[in-house]
Design a protein around this ligand. Structure first.
Ligand code: HEM
Length: 509
């Protein structure tokens, strides 16, 4: 029986397509009702003007928001839709809600268009292994990490007998990628050009793919993304990662059980073992490759941003450079020159400088963003409907003297070192909570709450090693200026200016 006459088929297909597009349009047009929350920049006119102002002058809008509504809530329009900014007390309330009520993944996945760039979900086994394998083993892994940093600094930075310009960010990216690969997959891949290019380039490819897809109206995106070259490039990157990882996994599996074979102590092995324990497919090359790419995404550019910012800061702070060198010399004498986990912990002034640098130069100005899954009402009476996105005004909170102490906009390299020496009262109780990796209301540079960055302990060690090894080998300064290079900010993100040179000159020994 003929359901539809053949000549009417094209017409029916067009109708179906129109219906699909309309369905998408309606789906994307409706958002959660948050009109009861005051909006920042109302005087600017429409939503598009507010979005554009936030993109260009995000920090100044966030400042206004904090000054006018620091203890309450206010709405801000961003390219990823409206965000409800929370003051410190209300932030504590949201932070304490369970994952079934408040979700940390939705907003970040949306901001990088994960649906189209196909960035995999943060995997529960991976999160567990960062917390239960990587972090506790950091002390034991430190000498290996230190050796890799030595190698990477040696091959990446020039001899520099006289002042020599180097593209700091690009060089540091490679140093960070080698050091991270040594711990994530302890193999020749740490020095394999194709892998380094893949792991460094993946973040850029995701960002490019996301940027291109966002140029289309949300309801058109499901139709066009397949045709974008930037998205196709991501598939190629994945294929390369699988090709490079597969032989390593195969070799490890074949060697297991053979006499004298010692399992590598790296992230790949922990993941392989964890999957077997959970009765999952252990030879899932696609899964392991994606996971390594997600690790690279989380670890490489974030860490490089931090070290670059620190070197840009130090380029105008020779006294702090001397202080760090002095501390390293004194502490290295105590460990007989061994770069172990104990040494890392003893570098307290260096740690304080790192934290102060990160406080001034976080990777973004709102680093705790969550989506409301089940509606609830805050203690000030504000109703948060399901689907609304809330965020912390974290950069402003970390510049509020109530949370960081005197002169919050000044750079005080020893701010946290001095706090750690407090000898009485509540300050003494908090004295151990001022490390680079410690989280607090005034320190949200790694996020806040149960989903704060689990990789911060590894990042802290890696950054400290890279920074100190460079300072113990080279003098540094900025090019043609006595002022710190300005950072680049867009859409509330904050990056060092990657086009700048750092001048380096080898220290006379
Ligand atoms: C300086 C370097 C780094 C910075 C500034 C940074 C920053 C952040 C921030 C702001 C978050 C969101 C936290 C929140 O929403 O509360 C986060 C999450 C995360 N980071 Fe990092 N990160 C860094 C390095 C790393 C490294 C080295 C790894 C892996 C070894 C890593 C793995 C992760 C993961 C897996 C999450 C998601 C956590 C979850 O979903 O529960 N990060 N990071």
């Amino acid at each position: 029986m003929e359901i539809l006459p053949a000549k009417e088929l094209p017409f029916a297909l067009v109708l179906l397509m129109v219906a699909a597009v309309l369905y998408r349009y309606v789906q994307y047009s409706k958002g959660p009702m948050i009109d009861h929350i005051p909006i920042l920049g109302k005087e600017l006119g429409g939503v598009d003007k507010r979005k554009s102002e936030y993109a260009k002058n995000g920090l100044s809008m966030l400042k206004t928001g904090y000054q006018q509504y620091s203890r309450g809530v206010v709405r801000i329009d961003t390219a990823d839709g409206p965000r409800i900014l929370l003051g410190p007390e209300l932030l504590e309330e949201v932070k304490s809600k369970p994952d079934s009520v408040v979700d940390n993944r939705g907003p970040i996945r949306e901001s990088i268009s994960a649906k189209y760039t196909a960035l995999p979900e943060t995997d529960a086994i991976m999160l567990h292994n960062i917390k239960a394998e990587l972090t506790p083993k950091l002390g034991a892994l430190n000498e290996k990490l230190s050796k890799e940093v030595d190698y990477a600094v040696k091959v990446e930075l020039p001899e520099a007998k006289d002042w020599t310009p180097v593209k700091g960010y690009a060089k540091l990216l490679r140093i960070v990628a080698m050091a991270s690969t040594r711990i994530f997959l302890d193999s020749d891949l740490a020095h394999n050009e194709e892998w380094l290019e893949t792991s460094i380039g993946y973040t850029v490819s995701v960002a490019n793919g996301s940027r291109m897809i966002k140029q289309w109206r949300p309801w058109l995106r499901p139709f066009v993304y397949r045709f974008l070259p930037e998205i196709r490039k991501l598939h190629e990157t994945r294929a390369t990662a699988i090709r490079l990882l597969k032989p390593i996994i195969q070799e490890r599996r074949e060697s297991e059980g053979k006499e004298g074979y010692e399992k590598p102590n790296d992230f790949l092995q922990w993941m392989m073992d964890a999957r077997i324990k959970k009765h999952l497919r252990d030879k899932d090359y696609y899964y392991q490759a994606e996971l390594q790419l997600v690790l690279s995404f989380a670890a490489i550019h974030t860490t490089t941003n931090a070290v670059t910012n620190m070197l840009y800061d130090l380029g105008t702070m020779p006294d702090v450079v001397d202080m760090i060198r002095q501390e390293v010399k004194e502490e290295l004498e105590k460990t007989n020159g061994v770069w172990d986990g104990k040494l890392m912990k003893s570098l307290k002034k260096t740690d304080s400088f790192m934290k102060e640098s990160q406080r001034h130069n976080p990777i973004g100005y709102t680093l705790f963003t969550r989506r409301i899954l089940k509606p609830f009402t805050l203690s000030d009476g504000t109703y948060l409907p399901a689907g609304a996105n809330v965020t912390s005004n974290s950069h402003m909170i970390s510049h509020d003297s109530d949370f960081v102490g005197d002169n919050p906009w000044e750079f005080d390299a020893l701010r946290y070192y001095k706090k750690s020496l407090a000898s009485d009262g509540p300050a003494k109780e908090a004295a151990g909570k001022h490390q680079f990796v410690s989280l607090s209301m005034g320190s949200q540079m790694f996020g806040y709450g149960r989903h704060a960055c689990p990789g911060r302990f590894f990042a802290g060690n890696e950054i400290k090693l890279i920074l100190v090894k460079i300072l113990m080998s080279y003098d540094i300064k900025l090019e043609n200026t006595t002022e710190r290079y300005k950072n680049f900010s867009w859409e509330g993100s904050n990056m060092p200016d990657v086009s700048k040179n750092i001048l380096i000159k080898r220290l006379q020994t």
